[in-house]
Design a protein around this ligand. Structure first.
Ligand SMILES: Cc1cc2nc3c(=O)[nH]c(=O)nc-3n(C[C@H](O)[C@H](O)[C@H](O)COP(=O)(O)OP(=O)(O)OC[C@H]3O[C@@H](n4cnc5c(N)ncnc54)[C@H](O)[C@@H]3O)c2cc1C
Length: 430
């Protein structure tokens, strides 16, 4: 009844806890000395661990593959995640958009609760032990985990070593090598939820400036590849913020496709429901004819951003609204509606929060997270070909798939104890 878990991120820690609760002997292998290095970075160190959206609305947040998660979310959904952490003494709070964080704003509290509880359940953590391979016995079922230090006999194995994003945290793509050696198809991995860099001579030095409700389009050779509306943040190298992060997965990944061909267009003055953008501008100018244009637009945009905007139009910021000529008005509206930047190159794994692609979902049973090809093999977390939007959706997917994989692996290995989500202890870890 030994379950080996490979990778001590959020998916692996949850799988280890659930398998141990189900009565299995659990060994948790981790490449780093300590578990959960990436978890500590989440939400800028505050950890947006789930989202209060209803389970019905969750699939839409995973860019096409969300349906695969329905069974896992019904086994361990956002309410279970909240209940689990609160029962371990982590108080939670809700922020805008249903995002849930620890009340302490410390990701370390989330990791500490998971790890302490796993240890209390008797999970054996083996750190600084990179897993190289998973071997099968003669009947084709998982039997051994091969690490840098030797081999461990197991009855079942959960592979949850993450994708390729932020490889310095440990997730460097090892899972795709191990899974493909076992016969699994891999959808090529690509960076997702990454900032987008802009060529330096177009980049305004306004890091930290953020703009709300912008329509953003990714344009390749003049065609719109993807578009979304949301908040944009200027950085030292280009653009970030929720809408940019979500769109980054639509950018081409080959460097040869850049060289001026890929652009990001911002529409800062989109048509309204009742009035088109031009009419709205005319109305604003006539209502404020005795004011300077710069101070009127300051109600909509930060000053440092307006300086960048005016530099692009050639219109003087000191002009009074009444004096704005037709040509100048057109030029201003054009830049407001199509502030366009050249993207310098493809998004990078080193700055991507998650990974698109991974173990092909067709070969994984969504009811158990078991491999359809190898008995005793289970998958969880970012290694699967599923990536979510910002807002707590990636961690919720890691917890839900980790829970289901741990439970199923324990059952497969012969454990008989039944686990239900509400089973977790009362009385916190402090
Ligand atoms: C900066 C940043 C901020 C983020 N913020 C949020 C957020 O606020 N909310 C949210 O929902 N998501 C967030 N994410 C995404 C989220 O962190 C990941 O989706 C999640 O950590 C995936 O969990 P995982 O357990 O599948 O993989 P990982 O967290 O990557 O864990 C995998 C583990 O496996 C280990 N490992 C790798 N290879 C081996 C091997 N060969 N042998 C043994 N061990 C191995 C790694 O060292 C690692 O510890 C963020 C990501 C980043 C990078």
């Amino acid at each position: 009844m030994t379950v080996g878990i490979v990778g001590a991120g959020p998916a692996g820690l949850m799988a280890a806890i659930t398998a141990a609760q189900a009565g299995a002997r659990v060994v948790l292998f981790e490449k780093n000395t300590l578990p959960g290095r990436k978890l500590l970075l989440t939400g800028n160190g505050r950890c947006n661990l789930t989202n209060r959206l209803s389970i019905r609305e969750y699939p839409d947040r995973y860019f096409g593959n969300g349906k695969f998660l329905i069974k896992a979310l019904h086994s361990f959904g956002p309410e279970d995640t909240e209940h689990f952490f609160e029962s371990l003494g982590v108080r939670l709070k809700e922020e805008a958009g249903g995002r849930v964080f620890p009340a302490s704003n410390r990701a370390a509290d989330v990791l500490g609760a998971l790890f302490d509880y796993a240890e209390r359940l008797g999970v054996r953590f083996v750190g600084a032990e990179s897993v190289l391979d998973i071997r099968k016995n003669r009947s084709g079922a998982v039997s051994r985990i091969i690490t840098v230090n030797g081999a461990k006999a197991v009855d079942a194995c959960v592979l949850c070593v993450g994708g390729q994003s932020y490889p310095t945290t440990g997730s460097a793509g090892d899972g795709t090598v191990i899974a493909s050696r076992l016969g699994h198809a891999i959808i090529p991995m690509r960076p997702a939820l990454a900032p987008i860099d802009i060529v330096s001579d177009e980049l305004p030095m306004i890091p930290g400036v953020s703009l709300a409700g912008v329509r953003v389009s990714v344009v390749g050779d003049g065609n719109i590849l993807a578009a979304r509306t949301g908040d944009v943040l200027y950085t030292h190298h280009g653009l970030s913020g929720p809408v940019i992060l979500s769109l980054s997965r639509s950018l081409p990944i080959g460097p040869e496709e850049y060289g001026g061909r890929i652009r990001i267009d911002l529409d800062l003055w989109p048509d309204g429901a009742e009035e088109d953008a031009g009419d709205r501008m005319m109305r604003l100018l006539s209502e404020n004819k005795n004011s300077r244009l710069f101070s009127v637009l300051r109600a909509y945009f930060p000053s440092s951003f307006l300086e960048h905007l005016f530099a692009r139009t050639g219109v003087s910021p000191d002009v009074y609204c009444r004096d704005l000529r037709k040509e100048a008005r057109k030029s201003l509206l054009k830049v407001l509606r199509n502030l366009s930047y050249t993207v310098s190159g493809p998004p990078l794994f080193s700055t991507a929060m998650t990974t698109a692609g991974g173990v092909c979902l067709r070969e994984v049973d969504p009811r158990t997270m078991s491999s359809r090809l190898v008995d005793g093999l289970f998958f969880a977390g970012e290694l699967l070909d599923i990536d979510g939007d910002t807002g707590g959706f990636n961690l919720q997917a890691a917890f839900a798939t980790g829970y289901l994989a741990g439970k199923s692996a324990a059952e497969y290995s012969g454990s008989r104890r039944k686990v239900v989500p509400g089973d977790f202890p009362t009385g916190g870890t402090g």
